[in-house]
Design a protein around this ligand. Structure first.
Ligand code: PMP
Length: 431
């Protein structure tokens, strides 16, 4: 595999950008190789600067559920870009987008658009604090909610990969109101509420964690989170940045049959452009400026290009519910095939999957929480990753991320992936 141009571009990038990247996991450091520089996407395929072609299981870290350059998304984007790129004033498409989400998701009565998942969770917490008049928040070990100060504690994703439990630059004072809890541990959350319950403004949770590999909540844990937050009048925030419109059209909350007070979105709702959003009960959302006292603003919020890409994507998903059945079937085929391979080869691995989100952990433990996820053998993952890449399959460059299936993927692509995986796992076995 020739990667000369990527290598050269990386050298140039490193001279002017920290680590040569604009987001840490892209640097491929946990798989111990230089990153690919990507040039083009087409359906389920991506091409790097050296012209190598890969089946893409990253999909820009989740947004591209329809694959790259979906014709309808591209057509609508081109039309809207001709009209201007930004106005910083109300546009019709923002209301259409809000209407679509409010109509689709029973827990969302009002919604506000921002520019990233980080902004969505950060503001949802401010809103929950403003609404309750309380200071403390609860987050779970291994759950990642973006990089705002008060949430950069025991987080997943790049922080897990890079082994940074807390970031320098986050003052202790800022995280003193963040309580960390164990995921899927009912006793632990009950104890926390017993001690701090009346001061807890909000519990924020990834309903299916996607930043420590894929780890779903158990139903009983989900039910208890809902009931205990109700008992103490704390706000329950579902971070559906990754799971929203991914694990099901109505998100993880529909799978668990839970109505959160607030929900955060990003990724799919932007159709590949920068977007975030938070929404929920009207009573809480009415606390937002300009009708309420909780402040938040954004020069590019509700940007017409992002709204059009997101709106078109959501409309396609809403009008074609069979897409989710297909995604599930393809993901199941991949999961079953991988399971068979590791059995045949005698490799210790465990699997979690919810719809089109999948993870193979190189551990013999069932992975129900952060503590189990980190028993995975990251050396093995690095070999697996590199061997898959060589064979034209682009996976997330870290054990602690999700594998995403997209709607442009065909059964032949999964077959090819499974063939590559057998050989890659043979190399893992040799370790
Ligand atoms: N929450 C979750 C669950 C995420 O997966 C992510 C990003 N992967 C974020 C929040 C942060 O979103 P962003 O990178 O857009 O700031």
């Amino acid at each position: 595999m020739n990667l000369e141009k990527s290598k050269k571009l990386f050298e140039e990038a490193k001279a002017v950008m920290p680590g040569g990247v604009n987001s840490p996991v892209r640097a491929f450091s946990s798989v111990k190789m230089d990153p690919l520089f990507l040039k083009k996407g087409e359906g389920t395929y991506i091409y790097d600067e050296d012209g190598n072609k890969y089946i893409d299981y990253v999909g820009s870290w989740g947004p591209l559920i329809l694959g790259h350059c979906h014709p309808e998304v591209m057509k609508n984007l081109k039309e809207v870009v001709e009209l201007g790129t930004s106005f910083g004033a109300p546009t019709e498409i923002e209301t259409r987008m809000a209407q679509l989400i409010v109509e689709a998701i029973p827990s969302i009565e009002m919604i506000r658009m921002v520019n990233s998942g980080t902004e969505a969770t950060m503001t949802a917490l401010r809103l929950a604090r403003g609404y309750t008049g309380r200071s403390k928040i609860v987050k779970f070990n291994g759950n990642y909610h973006g990089h705002s100060d008060s949430l950069l504690i025991k987080a997943g994703s790049g922080l897990l990969t890079h082994g940074v439990p807390n970031s320098p630059g986050v003052p202790e004072d800022v995280v003193k109101n963040t309580i960390t809890a164990r995921y899927n541990d009912i006793e632990n959350i009950e104890e926390i509420f017993k001690t701090y319950g009346k001061d807890i403004a909000a519990v924020i949770v990834e309903p299916v964690a996607g930043n420590m590999g894929v780890v779903p909540m158990t139903q009983s844990f989900a039910d208890r989170l809902r009931s205990i937050t109700e008992e103490y009048s704390s706000v329950l925030i579902f971070d559906e940045v990754m799971t929203g419109f991914r694990v099901a059209f109505k998100g993880a909350q529909s799978l668990y049959n839970i109505t959160p007070d607030l929900t955060c979105y990003s990724k799919i709702i932007g159709g590949g452009l920068p977007v975030g959003a938070f929404g929920g009960k009207k009573e809480i959302m009415s606390m937002m400026s300009p009708i309420g006292p909780v402040y938040q603003a954004g020069t590019l919020s509700g940007n017409p290009l992002a709204m059009m890409a997101g709106y078109t994507t959501l409309k396609i998903l809403r009008d074609n519910p069979e897409i989710y059945e297909e995604l599930d079937r393809k993901a199941e085929m991949l999961e079953k095939g991988l399971k068979k391979h590791v059995e045949t080869l005698g490799i210790k691995a465990s699997f979690n999957r919810v719809g089109a989100m999948l993870c193979m952990f190189f551990t013999d433990q069932e992975v129900e929480n952060f503590e189990a996820a980190v028993t995975s053998d990251t050396e093995k993952y690095a070999v697996y990753f590199k061997e898959m890449l060589k064979r034209g399959v682009y996976l997330a460059p870290s054990q602690f991320e999700a594998t995403f299936i997209n709607a442009a993927m065909r059964y032949e692509d999964i077959e090819k992936t499974l063939e590559a995986a057998y050989h890659a796992l043979e190399e893992v076995k040799r370790l």
